[in-house]
Every structure is written in structure tokens, then in C-alpha cells.
Write a protein that binds this ligand. Structure first.
Ligand SMILES: [Zn+2]
Length: 312
């Protein structure tokens, strides 16, 4: 299938239109949003050309808390996958510092995949099982996993169709695909769009990580991700809302990327901090979608999830 960079919608293949900025693309048929922003992760300096210490401070607390919630949600439905009391196998694609691997260590035999060699080596030095390389090239052809997770990763990959096809090949029947990604229906994203429409595109560009080594090339929602995953034989089992912003490290996060002055950063951080309680009641900006590899012969098996899919 196609990608936004090639001018076609990766969900429905309709020709894309230019959206709110010259690099922003929207699908007139299915409401998919993408960008023509080009990842340059291969060419950046070893260890990243953004300050990793600032990144750790900025994102650490919030990410670790979200990963703990996601790990707890995956534990029960994964237990039956491995059988014989063995720990189910989990692959975290683009595992970076290995925070998700740490969050699932009690429940899963977890391995990570990380293309940045310096970050992968640092995570290995902390005792985590991390391979160098990209998904799926770094895997052996016959390797099978019970869970494959993309935490803030899938929205950065242009050929999302090829990745989902590889997920199907590398997951056991009934295995779980986790996509933790920003949602285009989220409140912060809608505010960013509204500001861009009145000539203030800064927040919108920041949400797409414009100018970052690995910008976003997709902004998913239930419909686009459901269609993409469904095409590769995955059914949505549940969806978890994860907070997109927290008080800890907020000021560092606003300034992360380096182009915001200290005073402006403090002002933005204060405004977001005031809005945090209200944001919790409004549509979420980050969701973890949990899909299951559907196979005709086991279609009646229990998913291990209770209740109805989805929360706001
Ligand atoms: Zn479309």
C-alpha cells in the first residue's frame, strides 16, 4: 500500500490533500492524517542529537507510569498464550531506554529492538535483552512472539502496511499487537489544529515533532488504525487511554527540542499544568490499542479481556 509521502492515503489509497501546513496531509475520503516529514534517524549522531538527559527528565515519570498501566492490562490475556507455566514472549519494537521492558519483566520474557546503537548498548549495559536493528529485519524469519508492542513507534514508520504484515507473520495465532500512539481526536491535537488555523502553527508542528530526528508521519485514530490492522487479520480487543501530559518534567518537555526560550517554556508549561485536570475529562491524546491476531480456527476462543472495547 502507499504512504503519505507518496501522496496516497495508507488506509484507503485515496489521493491525499495538503492540510494545515505544506508538510501536513489529509485524506478527503477517510479522515486519515499524515505528513511528508522525513525521519533522519539513520543520519543523526550516535546516541541522538537531542539531549538524552533532558529527554529522560522530560518524559521519564509519565512514560514509566503509562508503561506500568499497559503492562498490568496485558498480563492476564497473555498468560494463556505461552502455556505450561512459561512466560509469554514479548517484543518491544524501538524500545529505546528499555522502560517498557522493565515494566513487563515480571510477566513476560521480554526483548527489545532498537535501531540507535548507542541507546541499545546503554540498555544492554543495564541488563536488558535488547537487539540492534529495525523491525522486522533484525528478526529470524521463523521467530514468533506472543506480544509485539510499538510504544510511540508506529506513527514514525512510513510503510505501516509492511510493518503490520510482518507483525502477523511474527505473532503466534491469538497473539497481541499493542500500538501505543497519539490520537488525532485528542484534545491537545485539536487545540494545536485550531491554533494552526489562525496562523499559530507552532504547537501543531511540535505535536508532529517537526524538526525532530524522527517526526510523526501518521496521526492515527480508531477508524484508521482499525482498518489498517483489520486488513492484516487483527481485531481490536481493547483500548487504553494514557495521559499525554503530567506535571513532572513538564517544563523540560516543553523545551525539549531546544527552540523554545526559558520564559516561553515556563509560560507554556504553566498553561498546560493548569489544564491537566480538564484534559483528563476531554478526549484523550494518547491511546494504547490492543489488537489480537485473529485466526479462523480459534475465533471463538476467549480474548482474556473483560468488558467492551474502548474507553474515551
Ligand atoms: Zn483515506
Amino acid at each position: 500500500m502507499s504512504s503519505a509521502g507518496e501522496g496516497r492515503c495508507p488506509v484507503c489509497a485515496a489521493p491525499l490533500r495538503t492540510g494545515l501546513c505544506d508538510w501536513h496531509r489529509v485524506c478527503p475520503r477517510c479522515a486519515y492524517e499524515g505528513s511528508t516529514l522525513v525521519p533522519r534517524i539513520d543520519t543523526q549522531a550516535a546516541g541522538g542529537d537531542l539531549d538524552e538527559v533532558a529527554r529522560e527528565q522530560a518524559l521519564g515519570t509519565l512514560r514509566r507510569r503509562n508503561f506500568a498501566r499497559l503492562a498490568a492490562r496485558l498480563a492476564a490475556p497473555s498468560r494463556s498464550l505461552a502455556g505450561d507455566g512459561a512466560k509469554p514472549r514479548l517484543l518491544d519494537v524501538g524500545c529505546a531506554h528499555g522502560w517498557f521492558l522493565e515494566a513487563v519483566a515480571d510477566t513476560f520474557a521480554a526483548e527489545g529492538l532498537e535501531p540507535d546503537a548507542a541507546i541499545a548498548a546503554a540498555s544492554r549495559a543495564r541488563g536488558l535483552a535488547v537487539r540492534d536493528g529495525y523491525f522486522p529485519d533484525a528478526l529470524a524469519p521463523g521467530e514468533r512472539w506472543d506480544v509485539i508492542a510499538f510504544n510511540d513507534v508506529l506513527e514514525h514508520i512510513p510503510d505501516v502496511d509492511a510493518v503490520l504484515a510482518a507483525c502477523r507473520r511474527h505473532l503466534r495465532p491469538g497473539g497481541l499487537l499493542v500500538v501505543n500512539a497519539p490520537d488525532r481526536r485528542g484534545t491537545l491535537y485539536r487545540v494545536g489544529k485550531a491554533l494552526a488555523r489562525v496562523g499559530r502553527p507552532g504547537a501543531f508542528a511540535r505535536l508532529w515533532q517537526h524538526g525532530f530526528p524522527s517526526p510523526h508521519v501518521h496521526y492515527f485514530d480508531d477508524a484508521s488504525l482499525g482498518t489498517l490492522a483489520g486488513r492484516h487479520g487483527f481485531g481490536l480487543r481493547t483500548r487504553l487511554r494514557l495521559p499525554a501530559v503530567g506535571l513532572a518534567g513538564l517544563r523540560e518537555r516543553v523545551r525539549y527540542g531546544g527552540d523554545v526560550s526559558p520564559m516561553k517554556g515556563a509560560a507554556i508549561a504553566a498553561a498546560v499544568a493548569i489544564a491537566i485536570p480538564a484534559l483528563a475529562l476531554l478526549p484523550g491524546d494518547i491511546h494504547a490499542w490492543i489488537f489480537r491476531r485473529e485466526d479462523r480456527e480459534d475465533g471463538e476462543r476467549s480474548s482474556g479481556f473483560d468488558g467492551t472495547p474502548g474507553d474515551p
